[in-house]
Design a protein around this ligand. Sequence first.
Ligand code: CA
Length: 226
Amino acid sequence: MRVLVVEDEHKIANSIKKGLEQEAYAVDAAYDGESGFDLALNEDYDVIILDLMLPKLDGIEVCKQLRANQVHTPILMLTAKGQLNDKVEGLNAGADDYLVKPFAFAELLARVKALTRRPRNSIGSVLTVEDLSLDTLTFEVKRANKPIELSKKEFALLEYLLRNQGRTLTKDQIINHVWDYDADVLPNTVEVYIGYLRNKIDRPFKDKPPLIHTVRGFGYKIGRRK
Ligand code: CA
């Protein structure tokens, strides 16, 4: 899951970024409305966290212009105390939810998680395919009831595959949703990480059908082979 944070107070922006990265999100930060708008328009995000009071272009304008440009990414608007009217205006402008500053990080995280659409094959916070399960809250991954240890990036990649199971995902789609803008992504980065995942979720379970499939010339998908 990839998140854009648009907030002119660097301290707040960077602490949100750090906190979300701890939770295995890929996060880009922008510090004014214009650059936030540009990123939101040109990159693929799963959630946008948008401060209301911003230099160059305020949060309401960013929101309106994104919706006018057919960007329907869920937006969580941040407002300072006492901007209640602006908050209502923000929601009318197309934001999906709002949070009043100051807030506890746990509250922000809960809102972000609520805004990332729950896919079909999920029970609460758990995503599954066949005998593999991934819990987006506790970070537990299991196959055939055996716990599997994943790095943050491996976890993020598996989560993205599971949220789109049965669909073939191109390397570009994977990069856009799992890595942030500043990450050093080499042409074979996705292959390398797919390899790491296979070593953990498919290779040790030799008597079971593999779950990760290469679709030659297109990309990768997770699911039962038809
Ligand atoms: Ca601000």
